[in-house]
Ligand binder design. Structure first.
Ligand code: DGY
Length: 322
C-alpha cells in the first residue's frame, strides 16, 4: 500500500499483523497509520508467501505469538502485546530473533485490583449467590444462609508486584491482616513475607493470586497449597488460570476441601470446568479484570504508542522485563 506524505511523495506504510481481536480505538489508530492485516483474514498458506512484509505484530494477550508464527514472519522486528500478561508470547524465541516485545503494564493496576477485592467480597459474603437466591424467588421461603465476615481476616497475596500491591493497599481499608509470598522480598512494604505458597495458604483465610503467568508460575497453587488453605479458606484468582492446578481446584471445591473461590481466569479460556457451573460457592468471571472503558482506552493508547515509537524511533515505552 502506497500513501502520500505532505509533500505528495509516495510512502510505503509499515505492514502490521493484527493477531486476535483488539479494541476498536486501537484498530482505528493502527489502520490510520499503517497497512494492517488481520491474521484471520490471511488464507492458510498465504502467510508464508507474504510474511516477509510484516515488520510489526500487535497481539491480543490471550492469543499471543508463538515460535512457529515468528518463523513465518522473517521481517518481524516488534511484537506489542495488548495486556500486561505476556505469557502467550514466546519471549525466548523473540529474543533469539532480535524481536522487541512490549506490553501494557500499570494502566490496568487499579481495575484489576478492584476486581480482586470485588471477587473477595463477593465470594466471602456470597453476594452473587444471594442475587441468584432473590431471582429464583427463594427469599419468600426463608432467609439466605449466613456468610463470612471479611474484616479481621488474614489475607495472603501470592505475587506482590504492582497489581498485588494495589490489592494490598485497597485491603488495608478493610481492617485485615496481610502477608505475601513472592520469589524475593519486596522492600518498603509493611507486610510479612512467607517463604512458600504452602505456608502463606496455611496462615491465611483467603489467598489472592496476583502473580504473573508463564512457565515460572505454572501450577504454583498446587493440590498441596489448596489443602493448606483448608475447608474454611477462599481462593481469588485474577492472574492467569495456569498458575492454579485447575483439576485440583475443581476437586477441592466439589469436595468442600476449600470454602469457595472467585475466579476471573481459567486454564483454557473461554472454557470453564463444567463442575463449577452449578456450585454456589464459586464466583465465575469472564476475564474482566481490566475490562472498563477507561482502562481499555488507556491500554489501547499505550499499545499504540509503543508500536509507533518503535517503528519511528526504534525504541519501546514499556518493553517487557528482561
Ligand atoms: C492482562 O492485561 O494481562 C489482563 O489479563 C487482560 O488481558
Amino acid at each position: 500500500q502506497i500513501n502520500r506524505d505532505e509533500a505528495g511523495r509516495g510512502v510505503t506504510l509499515n505492514r502490521v499483523l493484527q493477531i486476535g481481536p483488539l479494541p476498536p480505538s486501537l484498530e482505528r489508530d493502527m489502520r490510520e497509520h499503517y497497512d494492517v492485516v488481520q491474521l484471520n483474514d490471511v488464507p492458510d498458506g498465504h502467510l508464508d508467501e507474504h510474511g516477509a512484509g510484516f515488520t510489526a505484530a500487535v497481539a491480543n494477550s490471550r492469543i499471543g505469538v508463538d515460535r512457529a508464527l515468528m518463523e513465518r514472519l522473517p521481517s518481524l522486528r516488534v511484537i506489542v502485546n495488548f495486556g500486561v500478561g505476556y505469557d502467550a508470547i514466546d519471549v525466548e524465541a523473540a529474543k533469539e530473533r532480535g524481536i522487541a516485545v512490549a506490553n501494557t503494564p500499570d494502566v490496568l493496576n487499579d481495575c484489576v485490583a478492584d476486581t480482586a477485592v470485588g471477587g473477595l467480597i463477593d465470594v466471602m459474603r456470597r453476594l452473587s449467590a444471594a442475587d441468584r437466591f432473590v431471582r429464583r424467588g427463594d427469599w419468600a421461603r426463608g432467609p439466605f444462609p449466613l456468610a463470612t465476615k471479611v474484616s479481621g481476616k488474614k489475607i495472603g497475596i501470592l505475587g506482590l508486584g504492582r497489581i498485588g500491591r494495589a490489592v494490598a493497599r485497597r485491603l488495608e481499608g478493610f481492617g485485615v491482616e496481610i502477608a505475601y509470598h513472592s520469589r524475593s522480598r519486596v522492600d518498603g512494604v509493611p507486610y510479612e513475607r512467607m517463604d512458600s505458597p504452602e505456608k502463606l495458604a496455611a496462615w491465611c483465610d483467603a489467598l489472592i493470586v496476583a502473580t504473573s503467568g508463564g512457565a515460572g508460575t505454572r501450577g504454583l497453587v498446587s493440590a498441596a497449597v489448596l489443602e493448606a488453605l483448608g475447608p474454611d479458606g477462599y481462593l481469588v484468582n485474577i492472574s492467569r488460570g495456569s498458575v492454579v492446578d485447575e483439576p485440583a481446584l475443581v476437586a477441592a471445591l466439589t469436595g468442600g476441601r476449600i470454602a469457595g473461590a472467585a475466579l476471573d481466569v481459567f486454564a483454557h479460556e473461554p472454557d470453564v470446568p463444567a463442575e463449577l457451573l452449578t456450585l454456589d460457592s464459586v464466583v465465575l468471571l469472564p476475564h474482566i479484570g481490566s475490562a472498563t472503558h477507561e482502562t481499555r482506552r488507556a491500554m489501547s493508547d499505550l499499545a499504540f504508542r509503543n508500536l509507533r515509537t518503535f517503528l519511528e524511533q526504534g525504541t519501546l515505552i514499556t518493553p517487557v522485563p528482561e
